[in-house]
Ligand binder design. Structure first.
Ligand SMILES: [Zn+2]
Ligand SMILES: [Zn+2]
Length: 275
């Protein structure tokens, strides 16, 4: 059974609920651990259409103090709390990112690629709609090149939603992923992940998005299993209903590829739990 959800958001970015409400949902679902991983502030120039960067920067201290209070109050269980952050990997912004990573005493950090250059590619389906297969493939390749640099930075503990780039073009993505050179590129990223001592997130968020598919896709699961990579599980919940979303399905998905355990990070230390 999966008893830890290591990727959740709150009202302090674009989520709908307070940390206390998200915590109550985790407890109600029988989880033993909830990790809060609010989005990291971003520098100017990296904008979504429905931008919440200002709000996040303004409320970061509230996020930190509420989550740390919940963590202290529930240190003895039965549902413990971890204080984390979902860090954006932004090309050319290493100093900004490093400073964000150490702004608080985080228990762990997710590394995420949401931007190709300065394009927030998961912000909406519109830019993807008129792209040819070839144009999509250029973006997949760019994404996984950036992904590898994110992993190799050594700044993060968990690689969030590894193939997020498929979000609005899943059929084209699978055509690309079937090619040997694409698999070689993804495998290079997975090797960097292992080298950095990270785990790979298996996320039910994709089931709720246009791609209707778990992150990452089966061919990437096969590679990760061959490399015996550590994994962790996540809902990427932005509202209480989605805490622990699809965890029974995630468990059988992971087992189907031979995984028997998952990893939890606490202050950089890894703990392994049976699935
Ligand atoms: Zn994300
Ligand atoms: Zn997230």
């Amino acid at each position: 059974m999966i008893l830890a959800d290591l990727h959740t958001h709150t009202k302090y970015s674009h989520g709908g609920n307070s940390p206390a409400q998200m915590y109550a949902a985790a407890q109600a679902k029988g989880l033993e651990l909830i990790g809060f991983t609010e989005h990291s502030p971003r520098p100017l120039g990296f904008n979504y259409t429905n931008e919440y960067r200002d709000k996040l920067t303004r409320h970061l201290p509230d996020y930190a103090s509420e989550v740390l209070a919940l963590k202290a109050a529930n240190a003895g269980g039965p549902c413990r709390v971890l204080f984390g952050m979902e860090m954006d990997w932004l090309e050319g912004q290493l100093d900004f990112t490093r400073a964000s990573c150490t702004a608080y005493d985080f228990d762990y950090l997710l590394g995420s690629v949401h931007f190709i250059g300065q394009w927030g590619f998961d912000d909406g389906s519109e830019p993807w709609k008129n792209m040819s297969q070839e144009e999509c493939e250029v973006q997949y390749t760019r994404y996984f090149e950036i992904w590898e640099r994110m992993l190799a930075s050594g700044l993060f503990n968990i690689a969030a939603h590894p193939d997020l780039v498929k979000i609005f073009s899943v059929e084209q993505f699978h055509v690309w992923l079937a090619k040997p050179e694409s698999q070689a590129l993804v495998r290079q990223g997975l090797a960097a992940l292992r080298q950095a001592g990270m785990s790979m997130e298996i996320s039910s968020a994709g089931l709720r998005k246009a791609c209707r598919e778990i992150y990452p896709a089966p061919p990437i699961m096969v590679m990760a299993a061959e490399m015996d990579l550590p994994i962790s599980f996540a809902s990427d919940a932005h509202v209480t209903d989605d805490v622990g979303y699809g965890f029974a399905r995630l468990a059988s998905y992971a087992r189907a590829f031979g995984f028997t355990e998952y990893t939890v990070f606490d202050r950089g230390q890894r703990t392994v739990c049976p699935i």
